[in-house]
Design a protein around this ligand. Structure first.
Ligand code: SF4
Length: 559
């Protein structure tokens, strides 16, 4: 008998042909990307074990499994492969647990497509979620199994609560539960929730990003008698392979950007030895790359004013790369000020990570704006230990960061936000200026390597009232989108073939779709922008013809 069946939302269990950024493909509208193209780019299904469990599972599911194993036997828990759910959901199943990131298709990246395509776009994330929920509900019909959903995407149900009932979800679990998962699952099974341990409600934020606690029977969060977050020593290490070789390096951040929930969580650092242990689980299963997850890798055991701790970072990366069978590794997130101000550290890390022309170190970076004013207003510590002003403008710090990253074979994937509080037309054009200058700059004779994804700050009220449409973006915000997608098309043409994996046909197919898709997307946005009144010639020329050139830099900018 399997008491607990665990699975993730289906978009999290594919490898997307291991192409950088293709993991965001499910955020795209299903009516713009045909099913055949979507399925091809998603890549072949991942293998199941002979008993029907998944060989690889998202990291969050593996953590939950490890936590439950502290109190339950292995036979009580199944991490089911999506094609074999029927083998596990039986009359005596107690809980079906699903981990999700964007169940309803209202996550930030998905929202950004809404405002370009308008209408009922049915993103692939939502399509896939509905397929899974329908399958799970058909299998549990007439049985006692409760449906419990957790993961970073659960906030979406607080915005659209009517979906809970429609989907038959019994509980939504919010927050980190690594230390108390066995207790939580037992209490749900027994229909006996101790409300001191598990608060029946959820935490949300008001428009000023202040915490708001809301009572709601459908939600379970950490209660008053336990600490607000698990201690590091109470978080178990995974004991089965994770998707994409994902391994957690630390939790929390503390930099204090005013739009970010992660900053509120306490900093907890895994030891290099613990990280290496988890990686060894993945290499034993044949994975030779490790994604080192953190929300801010350069904060790992940081010093005063968030000065990077060279010794700790070096020790960590050396421990990672010493794992037998591991060939490559990269951190998931890191801020740009460290490559800008500490090129020798980046050089050292590149040497350890064996970075080079055929091994670029991908890292996601929230740049968010090209405006000094907005950077100081919303993320005043983001450039620490550098300071906007004495160390250059925000855009200059970003430029220097990408210069050093390209030099040492790091490729950042930037996000840019439009719609931030206090944003003016001038701020938006400063962002366009930054994008254009970066897009036309060189380091060591190589064009700057970076991608840039524009995101829209969507007020939750608009999502609730279903009033999102193409007209949400102002002309100048749309100009930022256009500048970003012009650069993305350039990158897709340059790297579409270079970064593909697999056999000749898979590489040819993926490369063509990515470079062709990048161009098509840019042309689509160009049409939308033209129709909305964007002066696209101005966007193309802005800062490129020197009218708003960023100055005082290493002379590598080529207009
Ligand atoms: S640096 Fe990143 S993770 Fe840290 S608070 Fe800012 S946005 Fe959040």
């Amino acid at each position: 008998m399997t008491k607990f069946v665990l699975i993730s939302d289906l978009t999290l269990s594919s490898n997307y042909r291991d192409f950088p950024l293709l993991d965001f493909l499910p955020c795209a509208p299903s009516r713009a990307i045909p099913g055949s193209v979507y399925r091809f780019l998603k890549g072949p299904g991942l293998p199941a074990l002979p008993d029907g469990q998944a060989k690889f599972a998202p990291y969050a599911i593996r953590k939950l499994q490890a936590s439950l194993l502290r109190k339950y036997e292995a036979k009580d828990i199944a991490v089911a492969h999506e094609d074999h759910l029927d083998q596990f959901i039986k009359d005596d199943t107690e809980i079906i647990g699903i981990s999700t990131m964007d169940p309803l298709g209202i996550g930030p990246t998905t929202m950004s497509y809404y405002v370009l395509f308008g209408g009922d776009m049915r993103p692939w994330v939502r399509e896939e979620w509905d397929v899974l929920i329908n399958k799970v509900n058909a299998l549990r019909r007439g049985k006692k199994a409760k449906l419990v959903v957790g993961g970073p995407g659960v906030w979406e149900f607080t915005v659209l609560p009517e979906e809970l009932q429609k989907m038959g979800i019994d509980y939504v679990v919010q927050g980190e539960m690594d230390d108390v998962a066995p207790e939580l699952f037992r209490e749900i099974t027994d229909n006996n929730i101790d409300e001191q341990i598990f608060y029946r409600g959820y935490m949300s934020y008001d428009e000023k990003f202040r915490k708001v606690i809301k009572k709601d029977e459908h939600y379970l969060a950490r209660g008053l008698t336990i600490s607000a977050y698990p201690r590091l020593e109470d978080i178990p290490l995974i004991n089965a392979p994770s998707m994409k070789g994902m391994t957690e390096v630390m939790r929390g951040c503390g930099i204090g950007c005013d739009f970010c929930e992660v900053t509120l969580r306490p900093l907890r650092y895994y030891s290099p030895q613990s990280v290496a242990k988890e990686i060894a689980i993945n290499t034993a299963a044949g994975q030779d790359n490790a994604w080192l997850h953190s929300d801010e890798i350069f904060a790992y055991k940081h010093g005063n004013l968030y000065e990077p701790n060279e010794e700790a970072l070096t020790e960590l990366m050396e421990a990672v790369m010493s794992v037998k069978g591991l060939k490559t590794a990269n951190p998931t997130h890191g801020r740009i000020s460290i490559p800008a101000g500490y090129p020798d550290l980046i050089k050292k890390l590149s040497t350890i990570l064996k970075a080079g022309p055929s091994n670029w170190i991908g890292v996601q970076t929230g740049v968010e704006t090209g405006s000094d004013k907005l950077a100081k207003m919303h993320m005043p510590n983001k450039t620490l230990p550098l300071k906007i002003g004495p160390d250059g403008s925000f855009a200059e710090i970003v430029w220097q960061g990408v210069y050093n990253e390209t030099k040492y074979y790091w490729r950042p994937a930037f996000t840019i936000q439009v719609g931030q509080e206090g944003e003016t037309v001038e701020d938006l054009w400063e962002t366009i200026s930054m994008i254009n200058v970066l897009s036309n700059s060189y380091s060591e004779g190589r064009p700057f390597e970076f991608t840039i994804t524009p995101l829209l700050n969507v007020p939750l009220g608009r999502i609730k009232s279903h009033s999102l449409n193409r007209n949400v973006l102002t002309v100048d915000q749309l100009a930022v989108y256009y500048a970003s997608y012009r650069h993305l098309a350039k990158m897709a043409a340059r790297d579409g073939f270079r970064n593909t994996n697999g056999n000749f046909f898979a590489r040819a197919g993926t490369g063509s779709l990515i470079s062709g898709g990048g161009l098509l997307m840019m042309k689509w946005i160009e049409r939308v922008a033209l129709k909305a009144g964007v002066d696209i010639e101005k966007v193309k020329r802005y800062s490129v013809d020197g009218r708003k050139e960023i100055t005082n830099l290493a002379g590598a900018y080529k207009a």
